[in-house]
Design a protein around this ligand. Structure first.
Ligand SMILES: Cc1cc2nc3c(=O)[nH]c(=O)nc-3n(C[C@H](O)[C@H](O)[C@H](O)COP(=O)(O)OP(=O)(O)OC[C@H]3O[C@@H](n4cnc5c(N)ncnc54)[C@H](O)[C@@H]3O)c2cc1C
Length: 426
């Protein structure tokens, strides 16, 4: 571990160190007043990832660059803001220091916004053999694996083995699993038969496995029933009340049937990316417990926001959901709160403005819960497209994504079916 300090200008104003440039950290960095504070943003990547569209990268619908954006470009006009590409190793709360792989950094305020990572709930075999989809690299791995397995299937004489290469089991019936299953079904219908005329693509099976009694359990009954109906209409096998017990890379063992597949995609759980050094008593349900102002109990200069933070409210007694809207609102709120505290002004607790939830299943098929309104079908799909387009960080990304979507819609095609670098299991 380096024992040097990260080289930064020493200013006579408080320094806010932000760990993570995701939805929460980036919003915070953009909104902090540069007249009042020096901001240091640390992230292991030099870009921000728009995670809601990762599944489209994994299924060859979008190129990775269209859903990622350089942090330096986003913050280029922000004064007294310093970005460092660094992996967080440890936070030393009593010393007010963060240790990273490129050196230490001192802080006056520390904001932990490191997001979440895949949770395999302790199942080592699944962790070893399944593929997650939480980062841009992982979604590119998935894209390679999908395409590679079809290339291998072409040359496989054993029918059972060939089927296994073409079968997909997606675990987790939340928005990620549902969207991924839908995108694979569209690949099966419109793209793969043309790309692989020597394979009988009708034999390809897509299984969506959900431990609960319905898909999209966090949405309304109506939306989850609609999503279930859409999935079935797309020839996807939906297994509710089913949980995966084991996977050896060949057979997915569940509490019901065993499924033969070389493609197990794990979208069944996440947990906070908790840096080393956070006191044990601040942790709950795999996240960092914070008060109504976003601060850790006992530390009035250390906050956590976004997926990594567990903030309980009256409406959400088990904690606010891990959503982009929560992360962004907490980022904005905390910026205001820090600005106000420095100016000696009072700060009100955080109030979450629930902006609803939505998921798309495929062409013209989506479900939306918005306040009292629950709707599905084409209008929901257009709503989903519009919201996701507008949430992208930059105009350039919006144009690229929109043109890709129009191309795919008109041509029933997916343009980025490239194995740029082969996926190899470690
Ligand atoms: C596949 C998928 C689909 C989703 N779809 C939706 C959706 O449709 N709608 C919705 O509202 N939400 C959706 N979400 C959830 C949403 O993306 C998250 O709630 C949101 O990204 C949380 O923001 P965050 O800032 O807390 O974390 P993130 O956006 O994950 O950012 C965390 C940042 O911290 C960095 N980091 C983490 N650990 C370290 C470390 N040790 N060192 C340095 N840097 C580190 C990461 O590189 C990353 O940049 C989806 C998530 C996924 C994975």
């Amino acid at each position: 571990m380096p024992d040097k300090e990260i080289r930064l200008p020493q200013l006579q104003i408080p320094r806010v160190v932000i760990l993570g440039g995701g939805f929460a950290g980036l919003k915070l960095a953009r909104k902090l007043r540069s007249k009042l504070v020096q901001t240091v943003l640390l992230d292991e990547n030099n870009f921000h990832t728009f995670q809601p569209l990762l599944y489209q990268v994994a299924t060859a619908g979008l190129e990775p660059d269209s859903i990622a954006y350089p942090l330096r470009k986003i913050l280029k006009n922000k004064k007294r803001t310093h970005i460092r590409m660094a992996k967080i190793l440890e936070v030393k709360l009593d010393e007010k220091v963060v240790s990273t792989n490129i050196g230490d950094v001192r802080y006056d305020y520390l904001v932990i916004a490191t997001g979440a990572c895949t949770n395999y709930f302790g199942n080592k075999n699944v962790e070893k053999h399944a593929l997650p989809m939480k980062t841009l690299t992982e979604s590119l791995d998935l894209r390679s694996l999908i395409l590679q397995n079809f290339e291998v299937a072409l040359n496989e004489n054993n029918l059972e083995e060939r089927d296994s290469l073409m079968n997909f089991v997606i675990v987790g019936g939340g928005p990620t699993g549902v969207e991924l299953a839908g995108a694979l079904a569209e690949l099966k219908k419109h793209v793969l038969p043309k790309d692989f005329p020597d394979l009988d693509i009708r034999r390809m099976e897509i299984h969506l496995v959900e431990a609960g009694s319905q898909v999209l359990p966090a949405m309304s009954e109506k939306s989850s029933a609609n999503a279930h109906k859409y999935l079935k209409s797309m020839d996807i096998n939906v297994w509710t009340d089913t949980f995966v017990k084991d996977y050896d890379g060949e057979t997915v063992k569940t509490n019901r049937e065993a499924l033969k597949s070389k493609n197990l995609i794990w979208a069944a759980g996440v947990k906070g990316n908790i840096p080393n050094g956070i006191p044990e008593d601040a942790l709950e349900s795999g996240r960092i417990r914070v008060d109504a102002y976003g601060f850790l109990p006992g530390y009035d200069n250390v906050a956590a926001i976004g997926d990594v933070a567990l903030m309980k409210t009256e409406a959400f007694p088990i904690g606010l959901p891990m959503l982009g809207s929560v992360a962004q609102q907490q980022g904005s709120y905390l910026a205001e709160a820090i600005n106000s505290r420095i100016k000696g002004k009072p700060v009100a607790p955080f109030v979450y403005n629930d902006q609803g939830t939505m998921a798309t299943v495929g062409r013209n098929k989506a479900v939306v819960d918005l306040g009292r309104f629950r709707f599905g079908g084409l209008f929901a799909w257009l709503t989903w497209l519009f919201v996701h387009l507008m949430l992208l960080v930059d105009f350039r990304n919006r144009i690229i994504v929109l043109s890709n979507w129009i191309w795919s819609y008109v041509n029933f095609d997916r343009g980025t079916r490239l194995i740029v670098r082969k996926y190899k299991r470690e």
